[in-house]
Design a protein around this ligand. Structure first.
Ligand code: USQ
Length: 383
């Protein structure tokens, strides 16, 4: 298939490009380096340097003999987006091209404005470009489990049947996001659902939980092909952060009571899920939704796992609860369904001691590059 990856420079974007290219698909990646720019502007750069997309594509070609086409530009710009579709004529579009950080979206008005305009603007342009150039193509859109929030009932996979006054209908499962970033994903879903209904688009919306890890089948043995490993509070996800904190001798930053529970998955499993979605497209006129995670953990569970890994590696890891800078439930019911991807053939990789220790050992190699003052600055959910 011809696969166009929007946001191909990101934490999941570049690993996806190598994975699908390795599987024999023809891959084109597009990105405007927004994440790199925001990391630099907020002094939240990753643990080690990551080559730019042209360098990564050259390294990948050296390693695999396969070509990935690189296009650098802003997907909010219609001329750039429409040119990509016209030239490449994708069968599948994977849309990751969004500002990905919840804390970033809550920093101040300009950061909120950028998040809203970028995320919705790119989604809107993708929809328009599909309609204009590739109306039969399949869009695989990265959403988030955070769209649902933490309701006091089981979370269904995208849809829920409701019986009301003796009549029944199927609706999108109620959404209640916890940050502006997560809210842009809710708005994306609504926009997509509208155009699926009126234009018959073919869409898969992946409700993904927080991802951890770096190693994939494609980057083995070459650190230069790794993704960004962010350990700061803005771009780092919690388990990656905790592992870097453990290596740095920094007490693990559990926010509040630590009962916040989410659905997690390893980067490798994120790739398997996306590939299953790509290779088994949704029907025309269907908005297919998958809850994309493998297992649930509370923040306290993760802290305990990192402490145990530290112990195995001879590190003394302590935990310190901080007043929660976010507005979120710290103790809650959480039981989301996640059978759709398993039914398509996903074989999940649960978090094992080996996975934890391998990742900690990788971080130990870069221990001297950890900037302690990046770990916690207290970006708060204030008005
Ligand atoms: N947390 C801590 N201590 C920390 C960092 C985080 O207790 O040092 C807590 C947070 O308060 C939250 C949980 O850990 O309750 C997860 O936080 P996170 O920063 O790992 O994840 P989040 O901000 O929700 O966002 C990440 C990705 C985002 C993706 C989302 C999936 O950055 O792109 O959409 O995970 S989900 O969380 O399911 O919405």
């Amino acid at each position: 298939m011809k696969v166009l990856i929007l946001g191909g420079d990101g934490y999941i974007g570049w690993p996806t490009a190598m994975n699908l290219s390795g599987a024999g698909h023809e891959v084109c990646v597009a990105d405007n380096y927004l994440r790199r720019r925001l990391m630099r502007e907020t002094d939240n750069e990753a643990l080690f340097e990551v080559p730019n997309l042209d360098r990564r594509a050259a390294l990948w070609e050296e390693k695999s003999g396969r070509k990935v086409t690189v296009r650098v530009g802003d997907l909010q710009d219609w001329t750039f987006m429409s040119g990509l579709f016209e030239d490449f004529q994708p069968d599948t579009i994977i849309h990751y091209a969004e500002q990905p950080s919840a804390p970033y979206s809550m920093i101040d008005r300009p950061a909120a404005d950028l998040t809203l305009k970028n995320n919705l603007g790119v989604t809107f342009n993708v929809i328009q470009a599909m309609n204009a150039y590739t109306p039969d193509a399949h869009l695989v859109k990265l959403g988030t489990m955070g769209e649902y929030g933490t309701p006091n009932i089981d979370i269904e996979e995208g849809w829920i049947e409701i019986e009301h006054k003796g009549r029944k209908d199927k609706f999108l499962f109620p959404r209640a996001a916890g940050s502006l970033y997560h809210t842009t994903k809710v708005l994306d879903t609504d926009l997509l659902w509208f155009y699926v209904r009126v234009w018959g688009l073919r869409v898969t919306d992946l409700m993904q939980g927080p991802v951890y890890g770096l190693a994939t089948d494609e980057n083995q043995g070459d650190d230069r092909l790794y993704s960004f490993l962010n350990y700061d509070e803005v771009f780092g996800t919690v388990l990656n952060r905790f592992m870097v904190q453990a290596v740095a001798g920094y007490p693990l930053t559990v926010y509040g009571k630590g009962g916040q529970t989410r659905g997690y998955l390893h980067l490798k499993d994120a790739l398997k899920c996306v590939r299953l979605a790509v290779e088994t497209p949704a029907d025309k006129g269907e908005l297919r939704v998958f809850n994309q995670f493998v297992e649930t953990f509370s923040v306290n569970d993760l802290a305990a796992r990192v402490q145990a890994s530290g112990k195995r590696l001879g590190l003394d890891v302590s935990v310190k609860s901080l007043p929660n800078p976010r507005k979120e439930a710290e103790e809650h019911y959480y039981n989301p369904t996640h059978t759709g991807l398993i039914d398509l053939g996903l074989e999940p990789t649960p978090l094992s001691d080996d996975i934890m220790d391998d990742m900690m050992n990788l971080i130990l190699r870069y221990r001297d590059q950890i900037e302690h003052d990046r770990i916690f600055r207290g970006v708060a959910w204030k008005k």
